[in-house]
Structures are given as structure tokens and as C-alpha cells.
Design a protein around this ligand. Structure first.
Ligand SMILES: [Zn+2]
Length: 318
């Protein structure tokens, strides 16, 4: 007698594997029905915010990482696999920010639409000039920036490049809405140009201002607006601060007269506070992700918040 295993039964009944679900053709849409929105998944909320701006009503956007979560270390959940399995488009950074958690999720999701090279797979950093590509790299020690600094979207001119990449891929996957994506991109760029001019004007008096960050996460912002990141509380990207390193940071802040420490919600604020107390500095709560801080739900609101927060702190430190 042939014994049918639970696994075979489960697969046959569609209970277990996501593979057969992915390979089953979707039922044809009845004629005259309104087009269903394109299912767009972004790895992080900043990419999702751009996808919403470009996709408008033609897309439904989900982010895998929470706004308050460290994007290097996202908790992989079964619901992420389901989301990826149903996606028409996946937008990821393209610079290994998500390497610790996205590949196993994608493997389980078995969605051919999201294969590398497919129009449904967007590598946001295409065309971005990557900063800090390391000469040496030791993942074994916890170092996390193998392909250069992956936090590029906080430079608003990089946001323009990413928005264009997203518009290009959405139009390929969903040609019937190509005109909408093009129009939304033009609108996004027009707003961005206006805002960048305002942000540059606002920060111009503080050119050369020195800041400390917890992680190397505001490097592109600093470069765009002429700020100087003199130290990070982490010794290297992803490597927690040691007491010796903290002492060195305090020394550098004192000698360079840096008064501002930028911290994201998931980073160790206590360490930053300790350093701030000893340097007469201020800890600023900021984020790379729209929505992590109240009132920063889209890219422009987030950038407004960051520029305003910096301006207030620099004025106070003068
Ligand atoms: Zn990083």
C-alpha cells in the first residue's frame, strides 16, 4: 500500500506550499470590471512613500519594515511571505541594506514576477552615486555596509533618481497606467525642486556645522547640505559602541565643538544622552523613515521635519 505523507497531502490540497499558488494563473477579469490596483511591496517605508507618490490610485503599496524598525535587521514574518507572494512589484534598496532578511523571504515567496532582472523587481539605487564603498569589509564582525552606504534616499536629489526608477518599472509592469505614472513623477519632481531650494536656503547659514550620528545613516544628507559628520557612536556600521570608542567620541566632540547627536527611534538613545551630557550637546530624534515620527507621513514632511529640527538645534548651539 502506498503511504501518502502529510506533506504530499498538504501540497496537493494547496495547504502548505506557496509555490503551486504562485504558479496557478489568476482567473480572467470579467470584461468591464475596473482595473485592480497593482500590488507594490517596498522593503522600507521611505521607498513605499515614493511608490505611493508615483503610483497614486493605480497601486496599493505595502512596506515590509516598520518605520521604527532597524532596516538592517527586520523581523521576518510569515505574513511578509504572503505579501511578497501576491506582489506585482518589489522595490528594494539594491545596496544590501536588506541582505540579512529579504533573500530568505523571497525564496519562500516563490514569485517569478519579482526575479532579479524582471520588470517587477526595482533596485532603487540604479543610477545613484554610492558613498563609502569600503576597501575592507568584515561581516563576521557585524559590519553591515558591504556595497557602500545604503542610506542614500535621505539626499533629496537621490529621491529624484529613485522616483524615476520606480516610475519606469511601474510603467513596464502596468503600461495602461504609464501616463499617470509619468504625470505623478513630474509632479513629484516639481515639488521636490521647490522644497530642495527652500531646504538649502534654510540650512545655508550652518554650512560646515558638525554633527554626530549613532550610525552612518545621515551621510548623504550631510553631503547635500554641507554638514560634517565628525563621529558616529557606533565604531563601524552595525558594530555597537565600546566604552573606549565612546570616550574617543566625547573627545572629538569637545575638540571640534560638535553639539548635535542624531538618533533614530531604534537606536540606543541612552548612549547618546550620556555623550550629550558630557559635551553639553543635544540629542535630536530623527528618522530616515516617513511615519516614524508624528507628522512625517510622506517624504516631504519627513525632510521638512529633519531640516527644521537641525535648524533649531544649530541656532541654539550658536
Ligand atoms: Zn546602515
Amino acid at each position: 500500500m502506498k503511504i501518502i505523507s502529510f506533506l504530499q497531502l498538504s501540497v496537493a490540497s494547496g495547504l502548505l506550499s506557496l509555490g503551486p499558488i504562485a504558479e496557478t494563473p489568476a482567473p480572467a477579469r470579467p470584461a468591464g470590471a475596473t482595473a485592480a490596483p497593482l500590488h507594490v511591496v517596498a522593503t522600507t517605508p521611505d521607498l513605499a512613500a515614493l511608490a505611493i507618490a508615483i503610483g497614486g490610485d493605480a497601486v496599493e503599496v505595502k512596506a515590509l519594515a516598520k518605520a521604527t524598525e532597524d532596516p538592517h535587521f527586520v523581523d521576518a514574518k510569515p505574513s511578509h511571505i504572503v505579501t511578497l507572494n501576491k506582489a506585482d512589484v518589489l522595490i528594494e534598496g539594491g545596496a544590501e541594506l536588506e541582505i540579512g532578511w529579504l533573500p530568505p523571504l523571497l525564496e519562500s515567496a516563490r514569485n517569478a514576477k519579482l526575479a532579479i532582472g524582471a520588470p517587477g523587481r526595482v533596485l532603487a539605487n540604479q543610477g545613484i552615486r554610492m558613498l563609502e564603498i569600503p576597501a575592507t569589509f568584515d561581516r563576521a564582525r557585524g559590519d553591515v555596509h558591504a556595497k557602500g552606504n545604503p542610506h542614500f534616499l535621505i539626499d533629496p536629489l537621490n529621491a529624484k533618481i529613485v522616483a524615476a526608477n520606480i516610475a519606469d518599472h511601474l510603467a513596464q509592469v502596468d503600461p495602461k497606467s504609464a501616463a499617470l505614472y509619468k504625470a505623478n513623477l513630474a509632479k513629484f519632481n516639481a515639488t521636490l525642486d521647490q522644497r530642495v531650494a527652500a531646504w538649502q536656503k534654510q540650512l545655508a547659514p550652518f554650512k560646515g556645522a558638525k554633527v554626530v550620528t549613532y550610525h552612518r545613516d545621515f551621510v548623504y544628507l550631510a553631503e547635500r547640505f554641507g554638514l560634517v559628520v565628525v563621529e558616529t557612536l557606533e565604531e563601524k556600521p552595525g558594530i555597537a559602541p565600546s566604552p573606549a570608542h565612546i570616550a574617543a567620541v566625547i573627545g572629538t566632540m569637545k575638540s571640534s565643538n560638535a553639539k548635535v547627536i542624531l538618533v533614530q527611534p531604534f537606536q540606543n538613545r541612552k548612549t547618546a544622552e550620556t555623550v550629550a551630557r558630557q559635551t553639553n550637546g543635544a540629542v535630536l530624534d530623527v528618522s530616515l523613515e516617513p511615519g516614524a515620527i508624528k507628522g512625517t507621513d510622506d517624504y516631504f514632511l519627513l525632510m521638512d521635519y529633519i531640516v527644521n529640527t537641525l535648524t533649531t538645534a544649530f541656532q541654539a548651539a550658536k
